[in-house]
Design a protein around this ligand. Structure first.
Ligand code: FAS
Ligand code: PHB
Length: 394
């Protein structure tokens, strides 16, 4: 017989979506329990996103988890687009009335959130097994899971599916309810973490005949770099020398050089655009990667997850304060307006900056014209800047 537990909101997944939601609910006096299948150490070491939108930075500071981010994060007010061997800066500060981004790794954000949850008595259970969700089409949903060899049944009012693209919540929604929108790109990114001081103050996105490359960073000592590769690339075919050689070629620019260093980590990420509609069913609400995936070219995945759970936390707070479900009923509609604008921007950045295996010479010239337009028209540069720093929340 499973041990019964009770909370108001059951949350599956302790990534950015699950932990931000749990803390937002806590600040509203709403109880939640987070169940996570990985260990805390694993979640806090997994290298993923690096760019925080202005709105995400402001939120983390407002909810009391921004201290280390403010001290260690790198604030940037622009990025460089590089093509034809020349760089062109997009000035966020000038084009967005002072907004910027902060480079602060996703796993650092998760450390700060986990510490905040522990400090405020949050219930985040790591290394749980066999998680399943039930009865969310009624008023008494439950989450079942195993922890340390014992079975548990968590009775809640609502379930938040924050368990990422490969989680169990989205697939638990009955067949026929969801519509999936999917685009898989014919390339991937080979990403490295290198013990090498970044060779640029700000991020550099390049369009090159041999393919896309991106210079990013984590700290003044650690570089994060990516290069476009085949989607099924074998990482073992890329020794450090070959990776640096390719990065030198693609990032080359007059009077500029790329500083090498020991590669600490390398991996290949596939690229896809994915959305499910609706993002809710009964009392199960999908947030973050469980509902949508964007190609990382626009640096949006983490930020969109945080935006979803701000909408959900506001709707749950309204319900517990007034009994009204009106915001909960509009959750999916509200989130999807932003989701599709972010999908558009991420697709646009990806389409502008990558070489496509089936492209025609016309496409190549069109891409160069797009880059020329974005770097020579204030109006065009403004659209990139306002999307990159993050569109305002509704
Ligand atoms: P997450 O996937 O982060 O979190 C889901 C959590 O649920 C995980 O901790 C998982 O262990 C847990 N979980 C899954 N199944 C479960 C189950 N059955 N029971 C319990 N727990 C379960 N975004 C960017 O903006 N920039 C980037 O550069 C970038 N790089 C990325 C690189 C990689 C390799 C990947 C995979 C993603 C990258 N992303 C990037 C996107 C990424 O940052 C996501 O958008 C972000 O983590 C979304 O957060 P969540 O929705 O919380 O999902
Ligand atoms: C990163 O630093 O990991 C990063 C930055 C910008 C992107 C994608 C990833 O568009």
């Amino acid at each position: 017989m499973p041990t019964s537990l009770r909370t108001q909101v059951g949350i599956v997944g302790a990534g950015p979506a699950g932990l931000v939601l749990s803390h937002l609910l806590h600040l509203q006096g709403i109880d939640s329990v987070v169940v996570e299948c990985r260990s805390r150490a694993y979640v806090e070491e997994r290298v993923r996103a690096g760019v925080l939108e202005q709105g995400t930075v402001n939120l983390l500071a407002e909810i009391g988890v921004g201290e280390r981010m403010k001290a260690e994060g790198l604030v940037h007010y622009g990025i460089e687009l590089r093509f034809g061997g020349r760089g062109h800066r997009i000035d966020f500060q000038e084009l967005t009335g002072g907004k910027g981004i902060t480079i602060y790794a996703q796993h650092e954000v998760l450390k700060d959130l986990n510490n905040a949850r522990v400090a405020t008595g949050g219930q985040v259970f790591f290394e749980v097994e066999d998680v399943s969700v039930h009865d969310f089409d009624g008023a008494r949903p439950k989450i079942r899971y195993r922890k340390d060899g014992s079975d548990y049944e968590l009775h809640c009012d609502f379930i938040a599916g924050c368990d990422g693209f490969h989680g169990i919540c989205r697939p638990s929604i009955p067949v026929g309810v969801l519509t999936e929108y999917d685009r898989v790109y014919p390339f991937g990114w080979l990403g490295i973490l290198a013990d090498a001081p970044p060779s640029s103050e700000e991020l550099v996105y390049t369009y090159h005949d041999r393919g896309f490359a991106l210079l990013s960073m984590r700290t003044p000592q650690i570089s994060r770099l990516y290069l476009q590769c085949n989607p099924d690339e074998d990482i073992d075919a890329w020794d450090d020398e070959r990776i640096w050689q390719e990065l030198h070629v693609r990032l080359s620019s007059e009077g500029w050089g790329l500083t090498e260093g020991p590669i600490l980590q390398k991996g290949i990420t596939g690229m896809r655009s994915f959305v499910v509609e609706p993002m809710q069913y009964g009392r199960l609400f999908l947030a973050g990667d469980s509902a949508h995936i964007v190609p990382p070219t626009g640096a949006k995945g983490l930020n969109l997850a945080v935006a979803d759970v701000q909408v959900l936390a506001r709707a749950l707070a309204r319900f517990y304060a007034t009994g009204s479900q009106c915001l909960l009923n509009k959750y999916s509609h509200t989130c999807l307006r932003r989701v599709w604008k972010v999908q558009r921007f991420s697709w646009w950045m990806t389409s502008m900056l990558h070489r496509f295996p089936d492209e025609k010479p016309f496409d190549h010239r069109r891409q160069l014209a797009e880059l020329d337009y974005v770097t020579s028209s204030r109006a065009a540069a403004t659209t990139l800047a306002e999307n990159y720093v993050g569109l305002p929340m509704e």
